[in-house]
Ligand binder design. Structure first.
Ligand code: NAP
Length: 230
């Protein structure tokens, strides 16, 4: 069976990813910042023998390297870089907060880049060889007509640049790297007004992942398969 590694699986889209991958019969490696409080994910892992959970604070380079070493001989077919944050402070001019901005860049941009670097051999050793950067339509520079949301937009636009470079650099290994917008999804981040459920978003994304070939590397796609402008 193929293996998926998904970051940030204690809630939101990550939790739904491990449910759906597990139901599809995949071996699932989920990571959580704090395993002790990951009640729902742990409950799933207790009853589904194909789900394994590992602790991972994605901003720790040492923790990323340690997990890559622990999983050294495990091929990873889908590496889904899902963990992400929206800044806690207001993201409007006049109220930008340096620490908060840097945290968004660290979680949303630097960590996915380090994860791609660390897990390149695991993905290269797999059959499907797909890496997904969980981006956002808010990271589209071409689509930014409203302004605001400085740190979130900047960190996701920078993630898109990471995806583009990795798509070029890893094509020779047969690895496909894409950026994905999951839709506006009902999670803690998306809020109650969001238009789709995690179930709809993740089932759509899994269909998109399934259709990917090496020719798709460097694309920016939504959960329904449509293309977004950079
Ligand atoms: N929901 C939407 O409408 C939407 C739209 C576009 C893009 N996205 C993207 O989709 C991804 C998932 O979003 P979501 O809606 O599921 O968000 P969410 O409900 O807020 O969940 C975020 C996940 O990321 C984890 N995380 C955050 N910082 C972390 C860190 N430093 N180390 C490890 N894990 C960390 C969280 O763990 P903790 O519980 O430990 O904080 C949680 O598991 C994000 O990258 C987000 O930017 C979401």
């Amino acid at each position: 069976m193929p293996t998926a590694l998904v970051t940030g699986v204690n809630r939101g889209l990550g939790l739904e990813f491990i449910k759906q991958y597990s139901q599809a019969g995949w071996d699932v490696i989920g990571t959580c910042r704090d395993l002790g409080s990951a009640v729902e994910a742990s409950g799933l892992a207790d009853v589904a023998s194909n789900i394994e959970l590992y602790p991972l604070e994605v901003t720790s380079a040492e923790a990323i390297a340690g997990l890559a070493e622990t999983l050294k001989d495990r091929p990873v077919d889908h590496l889904v870089l899902n963990a992400g944050v929206m800044a806690e402070q207001a993201q409007v001019l006049g109220e930008l907060d340096q620490e908060d901005f840097v945290r968004a860049m660290s979680v949303n941009t630097v960590s996915p880049a380090l994860l791609i670097q660390a897990f390149r051999p695991h993905v290269a050793a797999s059959e499907k060889k797909l890496i997904v950067g969980m981006s956002s339509i808010l990271g589209s520079i071409a689509g930014n007509s409203d302004g605001g949301l400085y740190s979130y937009r900047a960190s996701k636009a920078a993630l898109n640049a990471v995806v583009k470079s990795a798509a070029s650099d890893l094509a020779g290994d047969g690895i496909t790297v894409i950026a994905m917008h999951p839709g506006w999804v009902q999670t803690d981040m998306g809020g109650e007004a969001a238009t789709i459920t995690t179930g709809v978003s993740v089932s759509g994304m899994l269909k998109v992942f399934d259709g990917m070939t090496t020719a798709d590397g460097g694309r920016f796609l939504t959960y329904d398969g449509s293309e977004l402008p950079w």
